[in-house]
Write a protein that binds this ligand. Sequence first.
Ligand code: GLA
Length: 385
Amino acid sequence: MERTEAIQAFESVFKAKAEDLFTAAGRINVIGEHVDYCGGKVFPAALNLRCNIYGRKTGGNKIRMAFRGIDGIVEVDTTRLNDYRELKIGNYQAGVAYFLQQTGVEIVGCDLYYDCTVPFGSGLSSSAAIEVATSVAFCEYAGVAYDKVKLALISQRAENEYAGVNCGIMDQFASAMGKKDHAVLLNCATLEYEYVPLQLGAYCLVVANCNKPHNLVESKYNVRRQEVETALKALQTVLPISCLAEVTPKQFMENKYLLSGVVAKRAEHVVMECDRVNKAVEALKAGDLVELGALLNESHYSLRDLYEVTGKELDTLSALARKETDCLGSRMIGAGFGGCTISIVKKTAVDGFIRRVGKAYQDSIGYKASFYETSIEDGITVEKL
Ligand code: GLA
């Protein structure tokens, strides 16, 4: 949706002019999947696909929200912010408002129009983009200075404790702290981070959505979290560790016998994926894209065989990508069970890649994949209209 259209939509819903635009990004993750909640390092980057919020401060205690493509207005009372956990649309926003209020931020009435260009259920973190952009809007309208890392943590808390999804910090951090043309190497145990230029020379990242219907992702995700928690407890009986990411591949092999079948597989993925993140960052810094591509492939195989979060759609999409001579590597990103892949593809070959992979995917799965034009952008933006 063009900006002018969104501004008009705001005006027709709220009968007043939008005054501000707050945005926060969806994200990809180059590598480091299902390790953020194990204290591992992740390597995400913020996208041009974003949650755009057109806003106007109204004062009082009513937050009114409208959404592109959805009729009606969702209204939330700032004096009863604990009461909206069951909202189908608006619960992330209420959750963020609730936790900001708990930390002393005065939540001020406002009208917000949401134009989210991060496709929902795509594994590109539309929920984090919504949470982060909303938290920025509330802080701006409260007139308080904010720290972006703290907003990421509040947003994660809203998702964990208000919406009930036990996610790690990667998505919200990337959405808030992303930087144009860089990936963020984030240590999820300490929140130390480093920006690394995401320069791929003659290559680029192609983001493709397998379009598998969204299905019980949250509950399967929460099960994985319990499994790695079980692994951590067992390994802590012999190793002085506070998180799984601290276990080296060698220590893991020596102590694997302590873990039962499925739990051993899950933990092996985490340990080896953490190792791959370090190697991938080195490869990227050295300009070795062939090595980076190989690591992406290994990450996918591990998510398929050990963590078991891929499914035939993501496996097919990434396998078709890998068959292309101008593709150096491909893997699923995000929680899995559907959603997106990223592939490193030669820039001059992208059109043919999309055509061939798209056709073969449809022939094999029976419906189309979507390919997005993406660029790496800043996380949060704030603008007066
Ligand atoms: C989802 C979660 C993140 C992370 C990824 C898997 O996107 O929100 O915290 O765990 O899955 O890497």
